[in-house]
Write a protein that binds this ligand. Structure first.
Ligand code: NAD
Ligand code: UD2
Length: 309
């Protein structure tokens, strides 16, 4: 089997590449290295084909997709604030890139396209768990781009019989997540600060909740979706279906990394949602997938990985 991973030098994409290589796939990575890093692929550099280029450029995507059976489309500007600041540019990458992948995949006779969507498409659902049948309510250019790309995925399945699956990731965490921006995933920021002897800051009262899902589980979901025959045009949540408060999260990490008993608290972040949780029935019914790594185990694995143990 030959697979293309767009965004394969990034956090989630590089773990997916590792898993595909381990499963015996021939792997092509297309990445412009805007946030991804070649080091993330150092362990597989000899066995994969790496193409540095733009996923919104048709000739580049055609070259990358040639001979591939499956495409895992992970490439995107994954930062919500970046899409607020530069919506035209990110529309080009996040929506234009998805369309380019679909068109190139169709022309090349690809058998399945799996797309990295986001829980952001739901907007603020309050304490209710997010369910795929609910009306989406995007509240940022990022969410609009993801929802529109999902719609292209479904329509290309209906119109051209190209099987597609859109996976709505919740808050993914794990090794290789880049902590360098203030908008990086909270877990990567907390781990980075604690390792440097700094005290993390919780924005707000720390009672807000997130459905954190370990990257290895997200990789398994992609593999399941990539192996699926039907249904075409699937949209599906990828989360644990349970939540952790920010205070609990801090407690776990402080215990693992030796931080002070309490973090700093700062003002709540503007635009933050209070709670986010996935309904996970469809993932199990459609993909046979359920998250396997409890948050505490994933945090321990992350800490061991960053400490090189
Ligand atoms: P990441 O930034 O580490 O990975 C994105 C990759 O895409 C990077 O390697 C980057 O260099 C590449 N890229 C960006 N623009 C490109 C372009 N024009 N052409 C080619 N490559 C390009 O982020 P991630 O967290 O690994 O996210 C992977 C995917 O999952 C993204 O589509 C993101 O929107 C989605 N997602 C992530 C999360 C999360 O919690 N991390 C949640 C929901 C959805
Ligand atoms: C996630 C996604 C975002 C979008 C959104 C949809 C990430 C990194 N971001 O945003 O792309 O899909 O969901 O709802 O996955 N926090 C602190 N201290 C810090 C950093 C963060 O307290 O130093 C808080 C933050 O205010 C929020 C929580 O931690 O309440 C999670 O923040 P995040 O940026 O990791 O993720 P989120 O859910 O805001």
């Amino acid at each position: 089997m030959k697979s293309l991973v767009t965004g394969g030098a990034g956090f989630i994409g590089s773990h997916l590449v590792d898993a595909l290589v381990a499963a015996g796939d021939q792997v092509v990575v297309l990445d412009d290295l805007s946030t991804g890093r070649r080091e993330n692929l150092a362990q597989v550099a000899d066995v994969i084909e790496f193409i540095e280029g733009d996923v919104a450029d048709r000739a580049t995507v055609d070259r990358a997709v040639a001979g591939c059976d499956r495409v895992f489309h992970q490439a995107a500007v994954a930062s919500v604030p970046a899409t607020v600041e530069r919506p035209v540019a990110t529309h080009h990458v996040n929506l234009g890139g998805a369309l380019m992948v679909l068109e190139a995949a169709r022309a090349a006779g690809v058998k399945r396209v799996v797309f990295a969507s986001s829980a952001a498409v739901y907007g603020d659902t309050g304490a209710e768990a997010c369910v795929e049948t609910a009306a989406p309510n995007p509240q940022s250019p990022y969410a609009v781009e993801k929802l529109a790309a999902e719609t292209y995925m479904r329509v290309w399945a209906d119109l051209y019989g190209l099987p597609t699956a859109s996976l709505r990731y919740f808050n993914v965490f794990g090794p290789r997540q880049d902590p360098s921006s203030p908008y990086s995933g909270v877990i990567s920021i907390f781990v980075d600060r604690l390792r440097r002897g700094l005290v993390p800051t919780i924005f707000g009262d720390g009672e807000q909740t997130r459905d954190f899902v370990f990257v290895a589980d997200v990789v398994r979901a992609n593999l399941a979706a990539g192996a699926l025959d039907a249904p075409a045009g699937l949209v599906c949540n990828i989360g644990r279906g349970e939540t952790t408060t920010l205070k609990q999260l801090y407690g776990h990490l402080a215990a693992l990394l030796g931080g002070p008993p309490a973090p700093h608290f700062g003002p709540a972040r503007a635009g933050d949602i209070r709670d986010s949780k996935a309904r996970v029935d469809r993932a199990f019914e459609a993909l046979g997938w359920r998250a396997q790594v409890p948050v505490a185990d994933g945090l321990r694995a992350l800490v061991e990985a960053v400490q090189g143990t």
